[in-house]
Design a protein around this ligand. Structure first.
Ligand code: ZN
Length: 660
């Protein structure tokens, strides 16, 4: 057993009817940054994430996929875990709610609540869809199911209820005694007024759901969503035996603002009822919006983490998410801002400082870190500035003010750039004075870089590890204790290590196009095993009939899935910042569609008006350079450069005719 203080934090247990997007990634990145930061402050840290695998939606998704629920959730859990591993977000504990240890914990918690008199059997009556097997709280007009549009029926079901109403006063007392329990302040006020308004008892079991944790000796009752999912936080640290591992009560639950109520009202009430100590804090962050709207997969308006990590590196993704928005508020996601920050802050900022410092030490001191002699006032000023920034940065991290912490670190980087520009070590010669001056300037810069590397490590784990190696410093940067970090600890006389690529500059338009293209590929995977050939061809939004290749044969039914129609181009314009794309509006008979096509380098917009083209009309909408594209124009790909040539008709054809 280590004598270190313990720190336990969690992400939500994510629901597995879909795959992670940037919102889930954001929460998990934040948790991972806190985890690394706390560890460098001397804590023994445990982070939990996982997958919520029960319920009707999973039942249905498995049925649609034609596989058993257990098989479906196993695949989903693998996919989530694989993505987190790929992004370097490896929590200590990954709880699947189908794990046996979790089943045990939920049943145990229920038993505690029941024995203490907070659970009773009752009836739940509501509108129910017999096709989807679910109760509907907000039916469509005419009492229709919002999912399948079929008529709902009034159904009464036997349920176990949790006496949430008994906890109004205990919860209010708890919030008052623990003013920091709910963060940020706006969320706290929301919850306080919700609880003040009175609490209704909560149905916590179902008999209409099959895929769930059984209530012991009460089949067909299974536990309902929140009683099951929230308990995963306890499962991860020992379940009924949580006292043994010493990580409970949890220090921090990180959640999206949409699930704050479950975490700050239901969850503490369940725990009070079972006489388990309550978590110390719940922090709700905002959403990443796209063009100020909530992301939505069905509208093709979604950002995925993998394409960004593939293009710019996982560190760049982490940096952007934490730097761009104030933690707790909503933020706007744009690829434009992402690439701009990448180039300015990472490539030109930290990356450039590290590589030019190393190059000058290599050239002037045969790659050995020099030891400073008598410093000049400007060296001392920079040292002082850096030293005093350390405390501020740590305070901001501790308060989860990530943007401000990073601002503080990047202010030091900017100061170093300015210092080098003023001191011009590269212009100094070989006289004794000049060599002494070079020594001091480069030793000062190297020391500043070392401090920046340590401070930025929780956010940029991979690249700071590379810089640490480059500086030839002993041990691992992750083992440095933040509280002991001070100016003057640079190990001198050591040889520089291997230089590795940090943040290669990228061309903005090209990078954005590639990330969007990878996102489209991931959202609409090409059927069959050969998606690589179409990956570049479709990037501009024009489908390109590729040169004859040994493609797999498809059945006529597969072809029939593609709906192609004759369309007429009504308007065409260039898209600012996208050299290859044109924004078109196309009349397809039943409606006018906006479609982007990657043909701008070969077709002048004005020559296209009135032209009849073949359009794929049933493709899921997607975004290209921030412009929605709702369909795809068919073109041949000609020659080695893949020049697009629009498919057309020699005879007059009616707009909207289907191509078969
Ligand atoms: Zn339905």
């Amino acid at each position: 057993m280590s004598g270190k203080p313990k720190f336990y934090l969690t992400t939500p247990i994510y629901y597995t009817n879909g795959l992670p997007h940037i919102g889930h990634t954001y929460t998990t990145v934040v948790a991972d940054v806190i985890r690394r930061f706390k560890r460098m402050r001397g804590y023994e840290v445990l982070m939990t994430t996982g997958t919520d695998e029960h319920g009707v939606n999973v039942e249905r998704a498995a049925r649609n996929a034609g596989i058993a629920e257990s098989e479906f959730v196993a695949r989903m859990a693998d996919a989530w875990r694989a993505l987190w591993d790929e992004l370097g977000l490896s929590a200590e504990e990954f709880v699947r709610t189908t794990d046996l240890r979790h089943v045990r914990t939920v049943q145990w918690l229920f038993k505690q609540c029941k024995e203490n008199g907070y659970v009773y059997k009752g009836h739940y009556t509501g509108l129910y869809c017999i096709y989807d097997n679910l109760f509907v709280n907000e039916p469509k007009p005419g009492n229709l199911c919002p999912d399948c549009d079929r008529p709902l029926e009034m159904l009464t079901e036997e349920n176990y209820f949790f006496k949430l109403s008994a906890f109004q006063k205990p919860l209010m007392d708890f919030y008052r005694k623990n003013p920091d329990f709910i963060q940020p302040e706006t969320r706290r006020n929301e919850i306080l007024s919700f609880v003040e308004g009175g609490l209704k008892d909560l149905s916590i079991t179902r008999t209409t759901v099959r895929w769930g944790i059984p209530v012991p000796s009460e089949e067909p009752h299974v536990f309902y969503v929140w009683f099951d999912a929230l308990t995963a936080y306890l499962t991860a640290v020992g379940g009924p035996e949580h006292e043994k591992r010493g990580f409970w009560p949890c220090d921090l639950h990180l959640v999206g603002k949409d699930i704050i109520r479950f975490h700050t009202v239901y969850w503490p009430a369940f725990l009070m009822a079972a006489m388990v100590p309550l978590p110390k804090q719940v922090w709700a962050h905002g959403w990443f919006l796209m063009d100020d709207k909530k992301m939505s997969k069905s509208k093709g308006q979604v950002v995925l983490p993998r394409p960004i990590a593939n293009m710019l590196g996982a560190d760049a993704l982490r940096y952007f998410l934490l730097r761009e928005v104030v933690f707790g508020q909503d933020g706007n996601f744009s690829y434009e801002a992402l690439v701009t920050r990448y180039n300015s802050d990472l490539a030109n900022g930290l990356g450039n400082l590290a590589s030019r410092t190393a190059a000058m030490i290599e050239k002037n001191f045969v790659g050995r870190i020099p030891k400073a002699g008598k410093l000049q006032p400007q060296d001392e000023a920079l040292a002082k500035e850096t030293q005093s920034a350390i405390g501020d940065v740590l305070e901001h991290f501790e308060a989860l003010s990530f943007a401000r912490a990073l601002e503080g670190i990047w202010a030091i980087i900017a100061a170093a750039d300015k210092y080098l520009t003023t001191e011009k070590p590269w212009s100094l010669g070989d006289s004794e004075d000049d060599v002494q001056r070079k020594t001091n300037v480069l030793a000062t810069t190297a020391e500043l870089l070392r401090i920046v590397t340590v401070l930025a490590h929780p956010v940029l784990p991979d690249s700071t590890a590379k810089i640490w190696t480059l500086l030839g410093q002993p041990g691992k940067v992750s083992d440095i204790e933040l509280d002991g970090l001070r100016w003057g600890q640079l190990k001198t006389g050591v040889q520089l290590g291997v230089a590795q690529t940090l943040f290669p500059r990228v061309e903005k338009n090209e990078a954005i196009e590639r990330m969007e293209s990878m996102t489209n590929e991931e959202l609409n995977p090409a059927p069959g095993p050969a998606p690589a050939a179409s990956a570049t061809a479709t990037s501009g939004g024009a489908a390109v009939a590729s040169a004859p290749a040994a493609t797999e044969k498809i059945a006529i039914e597969d072809f029939a899935k593609v709906e192609m129609r004759v369309g007429q181009i009504k308007t065409a314009e260039r898209i600012v910042g996208a050299d290859k794309l044109l924004k078109l509006t196309v009349d397809i008979g039943t409606e006018i569609r906006q479609v982007c096509a990657g043909i701008a380098q070969y077709y002048a917009p004005e020559t296209l008006i009135g032209r009849k083209v073949a359009v794929v009309t049933n493709l899921a909408p997607r975004k290209l350079r921030g412009v929605e594209s709702n369909g795809m124009i068919i073109a041949a790909s000609v020659g080695p450069e893949g020049r697009p040539v629009l498919a057309g008709f020699h005879e007059d054809v009616e707009i909207g005719s289907r191509l078969k």
